[in-house]
Design a protein around this ligand. Sequence first.
Ligand SMILES: *[C@@H]1O[C@H](CO)[C@@H](O)[C@H](O)[C@H]1NC(C)=O
Ligand SMILES: *[C@@H]1O[C@H](CO)[C@@H](O)[C@H](O)[C@H]1NC(C)=O
Ligand SMILES: *[C@@H]1O[C@H](CO)[C@@H](O)[C@H](O)[C@H]1NC(C)=O
Ligand SMILES: *[C@@H]1O[C@H](CO)[C@@H](O)[C@H](O)[C@H]1NC(C)=O
Ligand SMILES: *[C@@H]1O[C@H](CO)[C@@H](O)[C@H](O)[C@H]1NC(C)=O
Length: 447
Amino acid sequence: MFICAVNVIFLVCFCSLHQTFGQDCPSRNEIQGSLRQVQKLLSAHEASYMQSLRNLKKKISALQSSAGKQTSKTINSTCPKLDALINGRKLGKSHLVGHEVYFLCDPGYELVGSETRVCQETLTWSGQQPICQDINECASSPCLNAGTCVDEVNQFSCVCAKGWTGATCQSPVPTFLITITNTSATAAAAAATTFPAATTGPFVRPSRCTTVQGTTHCTCEPGYTISGRDSYTCADIDECELFHNGQAGRLCLHACVNTPGGYRCSCPAGYDVTRDGRSCKDIDECATRQNNCSKDQMCINTFGGFQCVRVDCPKIRNATYVKTSPMRCERNPCPVENKACSQTPNSFSYHYMAVVSNLSAPRVMFRVSALRQIGDTLRFSLLGGKQARRHFTVQRSDRLTGQLMLVTPVQGPATVEAEVEMSELERRVQVGRYITKVTLFVSQYDF
Ligand SMILES: *[C@@H]1O[C@H](CO)[C@@H](O)[C@H](O)[C@H]1NC(C)=O
Ligand SMILES: *[C@@H]1O[C@H](CO)[C@@H](O)[C@H](O)[C@H]1NC(C)=O
Ligand SMILES: *[C@@H]1O[C@H](CO)[C@@H](O)[C@H](O)[C@H]1NC(C)=O
Ligand SMILES: *[C@@H]1O[C@H](CO)[C@@H](O)[C@H](O)[C@H]1NC(C)=O
Ligand SMILES: *[C@@H]1O[C@H](CO)[C@@H](O)[C@H](O)[C@H]1NC(C)=O
């Protein structure tokens, strides 16, 4: 109180001085007058402060004497200690005569017995020792539809009868069985549009709900989400639809199949799903018994399938050919002076290649090399029809080597053939021709 008063005075002084400085210089008389007023104020406050102090001293001594009397008088007048309250609290520590204690129970418990007890002159407590009893939340039968109530501290839970769900078993479990009582066509159509997912079973699951302080939170198993219809039903997430054009690329290399709670990738016939479950890898039917090529055929594994091929040597007039290896035919020696024979190709080689559809171009598909040069010139050229010319060209890559180039992508499924002719010349006269037939099996898919 005193400190407050001084503060106020000081503030007043400061303000008045400050104010005067802000204006024209005040006269000496004016300043002396102000100071006298402040002095008066101070002495008035001093007097009132001294008075307050005296009063305070009186009160303290009065308290001291009364406290002394009380302790001497009530030295033995206490009631016995009270038992602690289980699941509750006791308010009030004094056990002196005339004092009161209060009892409070923890949330979820209710007090049975005396709420307050007073320490009586007889040095006994009034009333009965109370206890805190668990409140039976099930007493009001909160579970509906024949649900069983389980009492828990400060709450309850319901074990629902079959066909019911929700915190108090208030919602029927959706079954999505369409019962069409009116068999007219319009009624059937209406029912079908109301429940587009007109299926029972794995694509719909009940949600798991918990009620906390009156708010119900429902959650679903992974792969399911709360359906729009009600929060007690979880609907399968269609990952294939959801991630159709995901930033991380396609979910599946080929096809996505939505499954209850998940998805899987599927591959076309002739492919297996890879270990990562996302891509497809070709099945080698030739390595396994999954092909039906006969003994005189060769099995060529292609992307997504296989081809059975048989190398038959060509029938050309004036020359005969013999198979010298499974993939090569050579001309039998020509009779002397048979010019027609000597101009036929010396050999035919066969090559089969499996490629994927839409293979990027340009790229080298095949190389043909002469082991040694007999003549003075080596020439490489492309034979074959329009189709071969549309997709291929032949280039020389070094002195003894020519290469077959793919120049435009081939869309599968397709089989494309090209022939590379290598001819040797000696003083501009052809001394040898060697044909290499390349067959490309182009798959349907670009993987
Ligand atoms: C106080 O209590 C003690 C023992 O607890 C007893 O010996 C004494 O006589 C009591 N005095 C009074 C005034 O009751
Ligand atoms: C069946 O539907 C038709 C028209 O949609 C209606 O007239 C008829 O009363 C319905 N019958 C029943 C049994 O609901
Ligand atoms: C192999 O089986 C396929 C049908 O799976 C049939 O079209 C084809 O002709 C068979 N090839 C041979 C060589 O038997
Ligand atoms: C090619 O062979 C036929 C008989 O098959 C013969 O008549 C013809 O004269 C031959 N041609 C040449 C150029 O020798
Ligand atoms: C072929 O591949 C190119 C790029 O590599 C792509 O732009 C094009 O769409 C593909 N065509 C087909 C039919 O897949």
